[in-house]
Write a protein that binds this ligand. Structure first.
Ligand SMILES: C[S@@+](CC[C@H](N)C(=O)[O-])C[C@H]1O[C@@H](n2cnc3c(N)ncnc32)[C@H](O)[C@@H]1O
Length: 241
């Protein structure tokens, strides 16, 4: 199984039109406000910080580059070639490696595991907008990449984030400028029910080792001038008991 071509085209189209400068994409917040916070939650659970780290669904690589300065080998993987082009252009020194991967496709994640061995995984904002039929396969893909010793940190906007975004988009001024292209390309945020996420992980053979909530910082501002923060839930998971 791999993602539908509609979904793949939605992402390719989004990233082809996305501006290059950091902060121009809705979720492209500064790493200090995003991945740095997640790492503080992730690091105590890593059984081996020396394992390769895969940023699954890395987008334009803003968070990947931060990870690359902190782990020995970091690989950003994404469904979209256009996203990977942005990620490579923003990383001329090649601090991380980037490659195309459909995380829903079993043969792709199995080949990655065969190449890297067990890996740690960072996954931010990928499950909540993928198609309903793909969510279990995505969790299975995470389980394949982590193997026995790797750990994964997933952070996903909660279902309340979907409701919040829909109400912002329906406001008198319509969706704010950075949210508009996301919706125009048919990417629907906050679609996964909160209770389902740990169920997908468990069904993939993973154990939830820790979880909690955090505000997910965006780069967009509400009409009252405050920065839009989405309620989000994070999970640290792995095969360990
Ligand atoms: C909301 S963006 C988040 C990007 C990045 N994780 C970040 O935090 O900046 C979701 C990303 O997941 C990618 N993606 C969606 N489905 C995927 C799949 N099945 N396999 C790999 N990447 C996927 C999209 O192309 C997009 O770049």
């Amino acid at each position: 199984m791999s993602v539908t071509s509609r979904y793949q085209q939605a992402w390719e189209g989004f990233w082809q039109e996305a501006p290059h400068e950091q902060g121009a994409v809705f979720w492209d917040a500064e790493p200090a406000l995003t991945v740095a916070r997640h790492l503080a939650l992730f690091e105590p659970h890593l059984s081996d910080p020396g394992l390769p780290l895969v940023d699954l669904g890395c987008g334009n690589g803003t968070q990947t580059r931060f990870l690359a300065d902190r782990f020995p080998r970091v690989l950003g993987a994404d469904l979209s070639e256009a996203a990977l082009e942005l990620a490579r252009a923003a990383d001329p020194e090649g601090r991380a490696e980037y490659r195309r991967l459909d995380a829903v496709e079993k043969t792709g994640t199995q080949a990655l595991h065969a190449e890297l061995g067990d890996a740690n995984v960072y996954l931010r904002g990928v499950l909540h907008q993928c198609e309903a039929d793909d969510r279990q396969a995505l969790a299975d893909g995470v389980a394949t990449v982590v193997g026995e010793r790797g750990r994964a940190l997933l952070v996903e906007p909660s279902e309340a984030a979907g409701a919040l975004l829909r109400s912002i988009a329906a406001g008198p001024g319509g969706p704010p400028p950075k949210l508009a292209p996301v919706l125009r390309h048919g990417i629907a945020p906050g679609e996964v029910a909160d209770a389902e996420v740990p169920e997908f992980l468990t069904a993939a053979g993973l154990t939830v080792l820790a979880h909690g909530t955090l505000p997910l910082t965006t780069t967009e501002y509400a009409p009252d001038g405050t920065r839009i923060e989405l309620p989000s839930t994070w999970y640290v998971t792995g095969r360990a008991a």
